[in-house]
Design a protein around this ligand. Structure first.
Ligand code: 13P
Length: 235
């Protein structure tokens, strides 16, 4: 089981460092659970410092495909590795919706990050309109088909209509989508979208749910711990 906290644009360096010291012992109490946090760029170093020798791993929220170059606002895999960052999210729906991320740029980001030695959590998922139009499978097929096969690649199924809305997919809906993603790719599949302590156990009990990518609830140490605990029970 993998539980990853996506902090999005929350927690500046000072707060991130304090929070890291609060959660750094989590993995010792959670057998069978890998714990990852994804702070914003400016808090990566502080989070790593706060975690010290903890087994909690730090991933970036994005990564560029070139090693360096004139790409304002981006950071490369070697720059992340230099800090002690060991992985990155790619293709989060907020990147796709607001920042023009495409399946092609997601592919480029994933491939070069893996090649450079980072782990990758690649995000896929349909919007409410796409689901209503009966296009869920088509969308997932398009987004998953570009992802490389690699032992350090994990897929996160995050239905866009469930992100930050409190509208979690039911465990059955999640299982249905996960088993479809599994039919397309052999990577582990995390569920994301309004995962909370109250619904984590039901989602993580599904046979094709290999963990969770947690937004809002990962910002609170007690909520995040409760979700990790649910994962330890399901592991
Ligand atoms: P929420 O858990 O806040 O819905 O966010 C999910 C998400 O986008 C994680 O990447």
């Amino acid at each position: 089981m993998l539980i990853a906290g996506n902090w999005k644009m929350f927690k500046g360096a000072h707060e991130a460092r304090q929070f890291a010291t609060t959660i750094r012992h989590l993995p010792e109490r959670m057998a069978g659970v890998d714990v990852v946090v994804c702070p914003p760029w400016t808090s990566l170093e502080a989070t790593i410092a706060g975690l010290g020798k903890s087994a909690v791993r730090v991933y970036a929220q994005n990564v560029h495909w070139e090693l360096e170059g004139p790409f304002t606002g981006e950071a490369s895999a070697p720059m992340l590795l230099e800090l002690g960052v060991t992985g990155a999210l790619v293709g989060h729906s907020e990147r796709r919706q607001y920042f023009g991320e495409t399946d092609e740029t997601v592919r480029l980001r994933a491939e070069s990050a893996l090649e450079a030695g980072l782990a990758v959590i690649a995000c896929v998922g349909e919007t409410a309109d796409e689901r209503q139009a009966g296009e869920m499978q088509q969308v997932l097929e398009r987004q998953v088909s570009v992802l490389p096969r690699h032992e350090r690649l994990v897929i996160a199924y995050e239905p866009v209509w469930a992100i930050g809305t409190g509208l979690t997919a039911t465990p059955d809906l999640a299982q249905e989508a996960h088993s479809f993603v599994r039919s397309l790719h052999d990577a582990p599949v995390l569920y994301g979208g309004s995962v909370k302590p109250e619904n984590a156990a039901g989602l993580l009990a599904q046979p094709d749910v290999d963990g969770a990518l947690v937004g809002g609830a990962s910002l609170d140490a007690l909520d995040f711990e409760a979700i990790c605990q649910a994962a330890a029970q399901a592991a």
